[in-house]
Design a protein around this ligand. Structure first.
Ligand SMILES: Nc1ncnc2c1ncn2[C@@H]1O[C@H](COP(=O)(O)OP(=O)(O)OP(=O)(O)O)[C@@H](O)[C@H]1O
Length: 214
């Protein structure tokens, strides 16, 4: 039996490197039976050992396009000639299994849900970095980014932060101290308590300048 207060999906969004994966891993580790990610659709061929419906829903290009026409996707995109997408049904299936669906998406995805799939009634959480300088430090500390990708992630963070300032999210969690941020995430995700919110901190630094000094 799930221990989450409700099965409304949780949408968590925030600039690349803010700590979404880190916090979600902790949440899934502490509550292994409570939360779930939706299974994406893809037109790429399964790799050996990949089971349909587990790693992905593997579908033909025609079937994928049909689902697009039916407004069946919350978001979809093409990467190296293959289509990938998150379907409305895959999100609903998680609740069907008694788990709360967690969606880790960017502001573009948030806008699409709000415009086309508001019936899913998610709770929108913005994970904010304490500053752009700390975001840069985390991205470079992760050791996964080239100079170019670091710069583009920092540039993209500007739009994510501006959108969060419009009040689009139900709550804002500033990931300064990891333990504190985790407690706030738990309050929202496990207890449906939204009062843990705070404001997006002022961030006046110039992303291009920060990237140049990386
Ligand atoms: N509160 C924190 N203080 C210091 N470092 C942190 C904190 N939270 C996360 N980090 C570190 O920052 C880096 C980026 O975190 P993570 O990969 O979880 O970000 P993300 O938001 O999931 O990024 P992406 O959207 O690119 O997947 C990681 O190396 C992580 O260990």
């Amino acid at each position: 039996m799930s221990s989450a207060a409700s099965l409304r999906p949780i949408v968590i969004s925030g600039p690349s490197g803010t700590g979404k994966s880190t916090l979600l891993k902790r949440l899934f580790d502490e509550y292994p039976d409570t939360f779930g990610f939706s299974v994406s659709h893809t037109t790429r061929k399964p790799r050996p050992g990949e089971e349909d419906g587990k790693a992905y829903h593997f579908v033909s290009r025609d079937a994928f396009k049909e689902l697009i026409d039916q407004n069946g996707f919350v978001e979809h995109a093409e990467f190296s000639k293959n289509l990938y997408g998150t379907s409305v049904k895959a999100i609903q299936d998680v609740a069907g299994q008694g788990r709360r669906c967690v969606l880790d998406i960017d502001s573009q995805g948030v806008k699409l849900i709000k415009a086309n799939h508001a019936h899913l009634k998610p709770i929108y959480v913005f994970l904010s970095p304490p500053s752009l300088a700390s975001l840069r430090t985390r991205l470079s500390g992760r050791g996964t980014e080239s100079e170019d990708s670091l710069r583009s992630r920092l540039e993209a963070s500007k739009g994510e932060i501006e959108y969060a300032r419009t009040g689009a999210y139900d709550t804002v969690i500033v990931n300064d101290d990891l333990d504190k941020a985790y407690q706030k995430l738990k309050a929202v995700a496990v207890e449906d308590r939204l009062e843990a919110d705070s404001k997006v901190p002022p961030m006046d630094e110039d992303p291009a300048e920060l990237a140049a000094n990386a």
